[in-house]
Design a protein around this ligand. Structure first.
Ligand code: HEM
Length: 407
């Protein structure tokens, strides 16, 4: 059997992960990897990158694998994620069953398809309110004015955060997401530490308040949640709220932003959607496939395993590239084509297995309402003159700036 290093070919992915060119278009590099070295050892970030859809799917659903960075072999990509939770109780995203099962069960009720459907009128009202406030005369940045505030307002309302605290909340959330970047500088780590401390202090205050005066919100439900008589500890509630905030904000913002970008770059697809608004659900699935806001996840084998002829040792990091799987021609016909009428759109953008995205119904509902309403209310929406800008965080893919004209 070949060892990893014998199989690794100089595709250049190590050098490009944070490059502007890779951020703008990672798909050619991922395609080269899939063709030349589908189980690629990334020697810089110390992880194995999978780019074939079949390998990604099998990995995500393999219940024997771990997501707990505390079990990672020292020095590997995953081991760096310990930083994200070092002063907190473990979150469900970074823990294995049975602890994971308990945490997920306690919060899943709030995110069922039914619970989310009940939220649609509110999502619509918030979207309309944000769109009402836009300056329609000149160029605007749609990220700042629409794609960023919408998910923050929704999750803040679900948790019961006072509107006056929302800006702080959003700032802490944005900085908190940086903790998912294993390539932080010392300065960035300090910023993450400060934001984490501020958010935790805020949440501890909110928890104490709910204990004294329950309200109809998610923090109160978490305070009251019982699983076989065992309540969540304060530390666990803090972690849960921080995770919901971090996992639900930037991701959904990027789904909306990537969707608008794809539609503006493909005016014929935009027109199809405007002519037939019932295409919106399919269009959002196609955006998820075509340009996934989360580009990769992670798993570790507790014992050595073999993938595609490559032997991978215990505790090594394996990175399933969701973005690469979504563009694998073995599964998707004409994968680089954006097509809002594509039949049976499939993708791996919400991961898989026991960690399959808890917020998928919410993310879908928000994006369907946001994109559907935007293109209906502004039929002449078109790209602005200023350049678009990409954020540089390895696991996420989205714009920091999306200039458009609405009229
Ligand atoms: C477009 C938006 C979103 C995308 C692309 C996305 C993607 C993902 C992915 C890839 C995972 C990891 C799955 C795995 O490793 O198998 C995940 C997990 C998770 N997501 Fe999302 N997500 C989005 C929105 C949301 C929202 C709105 C929330 C909640 C407010 C949320 C909450 C979570 C949670 C709690 C987990 C951890 C689940 C677990 O470990 O059991 N996500 N998401």
């Amino acid at each position: 059997m070949a060892t990893t290093n014998e199989r690794s070919v100089p595709t250049g992915i190590e050098l490009t992960v944070l490059d502007a060119a890779y951020q703008q278009d990672p798909y050619p590099v991922l395609e080269r990897l899939r063709e030349l070295d589908p189980v690629h050892y990334d020697a810089v970030l110390k992880r194995y990158v999978l780019t074939r859809a079949a390998d990604v799917e099998a990995l995500l659903w393999d219940r024997t694998l771990s997501v707990d960075p505390r079990k990672a072999a020292p020095g590997t990509f995953e081991a760096n994620f310990v930083f994200a939770e070092r002063d907190r109780a473990p979150s469900m995203l970074f823990s294995d069953p049975p602890y994971h099962t308990r945490l997920r069960k306690l919060v899943s009720k709030a995110f069922t398809a039914k619970a989310v459907e009940d939220m649609r009128p509110r999502i619509q009202a918030i979207s309309d309110g944000l769109l009402d406030a836009l300056d329609t005369d000149g160029e605007i940045d749609l990220m700042k004015s629409f794609a960023e505030p919408l998910p923050t307002i929704i999750i803040a309302e679900m948790l019961g955060v006072d509107p006056a605290d929302r800006d702080d909340f959003k700032r802490w959330s944005d900085i908190g997401v940086m903790a998912f970047n294993p390539l932080l500088t010392a300065e960035e780590r300090e910023a993450v530490d400060a934001a984490t401390a501020a958010l935790d202090q805020y949440l501890r205050g909110a928890i104490a308040e709910r204990r004294a005066r329950p309200r109809p919100d998610l923090i109160t439900s978490l305070v009251a949640a019982e699983d076989g008589g065992e309540q969540l500890t304060e530390d666990e509630i803090v972690t849960m709220c921080a995770l919901l905030l971090a996992a639900g904000n930037v991701t959904t913002t990027d789904l909306i932003g990537n969707g608008v970008r794809a539609l503006l770059q493909h005016p014929e697809e935009l027109r199809k959607l405007q002519d037939d608004p019932s295409l919106i659900k399919n269009a959002v699935e196609e955006v998820l496939r075509y340009d996934s806001p989360v580009t990769q996840s992670g798993r570790m084998p507790p014992e050595g395993i073999e993938i595609g002829g490559v032997q991978i040792g215990a505790g090594q990091s394996i990175t399933p590239s969701l973005a690469a799987a979504n563009h694998d021609p073995a599964v998707h016909q004409d994968p680089h084509r954006f097509d809002v009428t594509r039949e049976k759109v499939e993708h791996h953008s919400f991961g898989g297995g026991v960690h399959y995205c808890l917020g998928a119904p919410l993310a879908r509902a928000e994006a369907q309402v946001a994109l559907g309403t935007l293109v209906r209310r502004f039929p002449n929406i078109r790209p602005g003159h200023s350049p678009r800008e990409w954020r540089r965080v390895p696991s996420f893919r989205g714009l920091s700036k999306l200039p458009v004209f609405l009229r």
